[in-house]
Design a protein around this ligand. Structure first.
Ligand SMILES: [Zn+2]
Length: 416
């Protein structure tokens, strides 16, 4: 044995490469690292799927969107349509549709799906899509049904009541489609007649427009002396100036109705102006003279269904005339008498004036007009009495004051 041989003993503490437990720990870390890495690589491995018959390698757990992008297949998107079938946006529909292993997938299923491997995917053009919609209730307003022809007295035959319908409303287009009529509206119906007493009486109505004025008292005096009752269509602007005279007309047994506020031509006014001219005149008659009426004589006789619409339910009747005295031409008392007493039929309404100019010829003519018509067998009544005498005019509106009853609605559109 070589003397030089010296067995060497190492103390554990002298170990140059560190203690043994450190080896174990390092080994564990390496093993764990390898395991984690292995799992990571396993999870990030590529798998094979077929899309439209082509094989594509794609990472495990990819989305279908990823497969679609990786495949290079370019399906055409569908279009977006409104509820009534109008194109809202070309290409705004479904982007594409996917059939997975023979089963079509909904959008949500497409979103949620993750690739496992070996799927057979078929991607096709997107379908057309209709916008979202909801069904809501709509109030169907009543329409205004005009008379077939305008005669002396136009009146509300039937007040309007709204109906209810259910409509489908497109969320993007705003289009509305009628689904169901829950309740039909009741239209507001106007009618127009030349009233004649249903009992065969022979009657005539004297009417005076554009007052009150300084001439009104003289006319009232003649009517009183003759025992005649007439109807005065007063201008709101004149009533404000002559409130006592206005009240005196009714005190004399005559009747006051409205000639609107300012004598405008309502074929040339806005809806708002027509409403104001009508409604304010009724208020002025009530506030200045204590007179309630819902009947007008339109200035110049100009009042069509659109004027009626603008009146907003403040009116019950519009009254024009059959016989024109033509007193505004100042033709002399004899001509006025002839105009008012020639060719008169029962139920005729005669137009004269107690304001708006020099009315001395009317005052001069009035007594003889009354006498001559009486000689012809006529009885003098007022406009509301004439309306009440004709069975064709409903009792509820054959009055000087017949406001729209509770529960009804005035139309905002004229029936075509
Ligand atoms: Zn007038």
């Amino acid at each position: 044995m070589d003397e030089s041989y010296q067995p060497q003993f190492y103390d554990v503490d002298d170990e140059p490469h560190g203690p043994r437990w450190l080896f174990v720990l390092l080994a564990l870390v390496v093993v764990a690292g390898l395991a984690v890495g292995g799992v990571w690589f396993w999870l990030h491995r590529d798998v094979r799927v077929t899309i439209n018959g082509r094989s594509v390698d794609i990472m495990y757990h990819s989305s279908l969107e990823d497969v679609y992008v990786a495949s290079g297949v370019v399906p055409m998107p569908g279009d977006l349509y409104s509820i009534s079938g109008n194109l809202i946006e070309a290409g705004g529909g479904e982007r594409y549709s996917i059939v997975l292993n023979g089963t079509p997938l909904s959008d949500a299923e497409q979103q949620a799906y993750r690739i496992e491997g070996y799927e057979s995917i078929s991607i096709r053009d997107g379908g057309d899509v209709t916008e979202d919609s909801e069904v809501v209730e709509r109030v169907a307003p009543p329409l205004l049904v005009p008379p077939d022809r305008v005669r002396a007295v136009t009146f509300v035959r039937q007040w309007g009541v709204p109906g209810v319908s259910r409509v489908q409303v497109g969320s993007i287009s705003g289009e509305e489609i009628l689904v169901e009529v829950v309740q039909e509206p009741q239209n507001c119906i106007l009618d127009s007649v030349n009233p004649v007493p249903s009992d065969g009486r022979k009657v005539v109505v004297l009417t005076f427009d554009d007052g009150p004025s300084s001439y009104t008292a003289d006319i009232l005096a003649i009517l009183k002396e003759k025992g005649v009752r007439a109807t005065f269509f007063c201008l709101g602007s004149s009533v404000e100036s002559w409130p006592e005279t206005t009240a005196a007309i009714e005190a004399a047994g005559c009747e006051v109705m409205s000639h609107t506020m300012n004598h405008w031509n309502h074929y040339a006014t806005t809806q708002e102006e027509t409403y104001a001219e009508t409604a304010e005149a009724f208020e002025v008659l009530r506030d200045y003279a204590g007179i309630n009426t819902t009947v007008i004589r339109p200035p110049y006789g100009n009042w069509n269904e659109y004027c009626w619409r603008s009146s907003g339910g403040t009116m019950s009747a519009s009254v024009i005339w059959n016989i024109d005295s033509l007193d505004w031409e100042l033709p002399g008392a004899e001509a006025i008498i002839a105009n008012c007493t020639t060719g008169v039929s029962s139920g005729d309404i005669i137009l004269m004036h107690d304001g708006g100019g020099d009315r001395s010829q009317d005052i001069e003519a009035l007594s003889q007009i009354i006498d001559k018509l009486r000689e012809q067998g006529f009885e003098f009544i007022t406009v509301s009495e004439l309306m009440a005498s004709d069975y064709r005019i409903p009792e509820e509106v054959a009055r000087q004051y017949a406001p729209m009853p509770e529960g009804y609605e005035w139309p905002t559109e004229v029936a075509e």
